[in-house]
Ligand binder design. Structure first.
Ligand code: T68
Length: 808
């Protein structure tokens, strides 16, 4: 029921004229200005509020429906969210995109200029953070009662700039102008403890006496579903000093810095997102962030539980908490602490509840990316949690000893505490022990998890291990990102139901053989290249967009570019397939090897650009500051998708799915979700190369020598020599030397196979009709990679939740 009826509130209109009225009203009452004197920022904020108001009503109804249903909830805990810009999405979901633009024009405002002020909240690093956003979108679209919990970092992922081709990081003060999408909820603030010590009272009850107290203040953003009235929320916590943290006496004594010391210290917790990708920073502040997120969120979850329930035994029936990697794993000992110390439950009952409540998604295989925390630091910061972890470990290791009598080595490997070379808490082990389900993010990844990284655990509890292949939001990554292709698809399929039912794209298969459809498909791709601002729309647009990491092998792509360069130099007269190679992505600020690769790419780009014999055929571009917004512009323009990680290293990848969905053909290894993409789109429509996981593992185990490949392959030698000889502005020797002398990720071993596959790409490109057919088939067969399917898999296999329909 529309709550507003009972409140005597007028429903918001759906016409452009009514929208215009509401714009004027919001401009006047919320911004305190008029059309004549409004700045573009005023106009933007007003537009955002006017759109937001139209979702607020759905939000109220959603909350009412959820309250009435008292359903089983999904709580998604993630240290990162890459939500992307909100305005365009919220206009689409509220059905106001058309009327908003008409209304703005009526008021003499330039819609593009106004919408251009929308800022992307960059509260994540890469795939893991974007996955969280795609899953929230799909949960709302599928009417699943869900709340996302995260941290409201003041500074998001750094802004990347280049200085002399090298990455330079700038802070990202994303909400400097405010954030109109956010609803602050200071009433729901929570208190978080750190440091201190534990004491036991006469009854043996444990009490934690904290050394620092910090407040967590929540605000939420709306997470609307598409084609439904459900509007869920993502609740983000910001750290605040408590009232007593401001030292008035010091201030009065003129000690201004000291007066705010404690408050600043507290607020630093949510100051900045750690820009690490797969490497543990080891900083205490990061552990503090993790506990801050977990402590605030769990108390909020319990507060919500109590709105409708009283009995703790109901808790796991009403609650499933999904841990997005190990970052929120402290939720396991924290819930134990709340149940045992604060609620007085006995240990066994509490442990049963905890285990039934949690599920854990693992996003990596790299052993160096598995989080561990030094015991002394952990003990100082979270003394009670360490005791709890020790007790969990005692019980758990007893279980292991019983299942595998005499297997001391296994006990040592599985322990929640690493003993050598130093004592550390192993978060992945804790996450497996404290949950009812563990999943990898693509078929291969889940198999490798169970057979390598988490093998001991899979042997103990085989039924606990699941696969849920990642997916992407079709709303954001085709409907919004690629409007022209979306229109063509809707026309071809006779409707736009495919946006919420992506398997329907299969209907495009028949059109792949239709000459006129193919030529329109091509025209869309070309228009998207023009929109992106790349030179020649006829050239093959070859894109590698992702975080910079050695295992992802941007350096392999670079060796191929240098090889093309040498071939053109050696035979300038010949005809070559013109290519525009586009790189985009950030390197962690402390990851020097990755930053050297960035610098070398920019140097190679400059050398090629300055060479008139080569530049007509080859262009390398590297726009800075890759983010969701830039990705949404690049992906629709891509012809070729580079997914060239060393087999067995990329857990899944999701950019690979976005590119295939938008009609790019993949050149890739048998890694992560590439395998499933190839299975779906067909081997003929995918360029496969390189060693598979068993072959790569065997090669590494049998003493890999990169130099053998260098010695044997003249083209490879030429490419590497040119780097080592400083032919590219003297940049990149570190890259060359690391490849030649070590090559951790088998770049040289895969070089020949990769370059040959690229030659096949060139040959295929020359048959325009065939290429377009393959492109259409890639889109037609990508339905599986919808995040809606991913969420259905979680719902059926792990969460066991049902949708709740929001009534009118
Ligand atoms: C990515 N992981 C995987 N990690 O690399 C990718 N790590 O294969 C997968 O598709 C994606 O997760 C979604 O499952 C990450 O993005 C991080 O960003 C990260 C951040 C902090 C610490 C460790």
């Amino acid at each position: 029921m529309d709550v507003r009826n009972g409140m005597g509130l007028r429903p918001l209109g759906t016409s452009a004229a009514e929208f215009e009225q509401d714009l004027l009203s919001n401009l006047y009452y919320r911004r305190g200005t008029t059309v004549e004197s409004a700045s573009t920022q005023d106009a933007y904020e007003t537009l955002a509020l006017t759109v937001r108001d139209r979702l607020a009503e759905r939000r109220v109804r959603t909350a009412a429906a959820h309250y009435a249903a008292n359903p089983r909830w999904v709580y998604y805990l993630s240290a990162e969210y890459l939500l992307g810009k909100q305005l365009e999405q919220n206009m689409l979901y509220s059905g106001t995109d058309r009327i908003a633009r008409i209304a703005m024009k009526q008021l003499g405002l330039d819609p593009d200029e106004v919408e251009g002020l929308d800022v992307e909240p960059g509260l994540g690093n890469g795939g893991l953070g974007r996955l969280a956003a795609c899953l929230l979108d799909a949960m709302a679209t599928l009417d699943i009662p869900a709340v996302g919990y995260g941290i409201r970092y003041d500074l998001g992922i750094f802004k990347q700039t280049f200085k002399n081709g090298a990455q330079v990081e700038k802070p990202d003060d994303w909400s400097y102008q405010g954030n109109p999408w956010e609803f602050p909820a200071p009433d729901d603030r929570q208190t978080v403890f750190f440091y201190g010590h534990t004491e036991r009272d006469a009854n043996g009850k444990t009490c934690w006496i904290p050394g620092e107290v910090v407040l967590g203040e929540p605000s939420h953003m709306l997470v609307p579903g598409h084609g439904t009235d459900t509007v869920n929320i993502v609740r983000l916590w910001r750290a605040r000093g408590s009232e007593s943290s401001f030292d008035l006496s010091r201030f009065s004594a003129g000690q201004y810095a000291e007066a705010v010391d404690e408050a600043v210290h507290a607020e630093n917790i949510s100051k900045v997102l750690y820009p690490d990708d797969s490497t543990e920073s080891g900083r205490e502040l990061r552990l503090k962030q993790q506990y801050f997120l977990v402590s605030c969120s769990l108390r909020d979850i319990i507060r919500r539980f109590r709105l409708r329930n009283t009995d703790w035994s109901e808790f796991p029936k009403k609650t499933v908490i999904q841990l997005n990697d190990t970052h929120p794993t402290l939720a396991i000992p924290e819930l134990m602490r709340l149940l045992v110390d604060e609620e007085g439950l006995n240990w066994d009952l509490a442990w049963t509840i905890v285990r039934q409540t949690f599920a854990y998604t693992c996003h990596t295989l790299l052993p160096e990316a598995l989080e561990t925390w030094s015991v002394p630091m952990f003990e100082r910061l979270l003394p009670r949690h360490l005791e709890i972890i020790y007790t969990i470990n005692e019980h758990f290791l007893a279980e292991v000893r019983e299942a595998f009598p005499g297997d001391v080595d296994r006990v040592r490997r599985m322990s929640l505490i690493q003993e050598e070379p130093d004592r550390r808490v192993r978060m992945a082990n804790l996450a497996v022990v404290g949950t009812q389900a563990v999943n990898g993010v693509a078929e291969l990844h889940s198999e490798l998890l169970a057979s390598t990284t988490l093998r001991d655990f899979a042997e103990l509890w085989p039924a606990k291990f699941h696969n849920v292949t990642n997916g992407i939001s079709p709303r954001r990554f085709i409907k919004i990102a690629n409007p022209t292709l979306s229109s063509l698809i809707s026309e071809g399929l006779g409707g736009d139901e495919w946006i919420n039912d992506l398997d329907r794209l299969a209907g495009l298969e028949a059109l792949a053989d239709d000459e006129s459809f193919r030529s329109r498909w091509r025209a869309v791709k070309q228009a998207n290249k023009v929109r992106l601002g790349l030179g020649d729309p006829e050239s093959l647009t070859d894109v590698m967009i992702k975080r910079f990491h050695e295992y992802k092998r941007q350096q392999l792509k670079l060796l191929h570019i240098i090889t093309m360069y040498h071939r053109i130099k050696a035979n300038p007269g010949q005809a070559y397939v013109p290519r525009t190679v586009l790189f985009a992505g950030k390197a962690a600020p402390a990851y020097h090897a990755a930053k050297h690769v960035i610098r070398l790419i920019n140097a190679v780009a400059a050398v090629i650009d300055a060479d008139p014999a080569v530049s007509p055929y080859l262009k390398v571009v590297f726009p800075p500051n890759y983010n969701v917004t830039l990705g949404s512009l690049i992906i629709p323009a891509a012809d070729l998708s580079e997914q060239i990680s060393m087999a067995g290293k990329e857990a899944s990848g999701t950019g690979n799915m976005k590119l295939a969905l938008n009609g790019a053909l993949t050149i890739g290894t048998l890694d992560g979700a590439n395998i499933e993409i190839r299975d779906k789109v067909g081997a003929d429509n995918f360029f496969l190369f390189g060693l598979d996981t068993p072959a790569a593992t065997a090669l590494k185990n049998n003493g890999y020598r990169a130099r053998d490949h260098y010695d044997r392959d003249p083209e490879l030698r030429h490419a590497l020599d040119s780097i080592l000889d400083g032919k590219f502005l003297g940049i990149g020797r570190e890259v060359g030397e690391s490849l030649l002398n070590w090559d951790e990720y088998l770049t040289l071993a895969d070089y020949r196979s990769y370059v040959d596959a690229q030659d096949q790409v060139d040959a295929a490109w020359q048959d325009t009709d065939q290429w377009t057919r393959k492109s259409i088939l890639n889109t037609a067969r990508s339905g599986f990679f919808s995040a809606d399917r991913t969420v259905r898999d979680y719902a059926a296999g792990i969460w066991h939740v049902n949708p709740v329909k929001v009534g009118r």
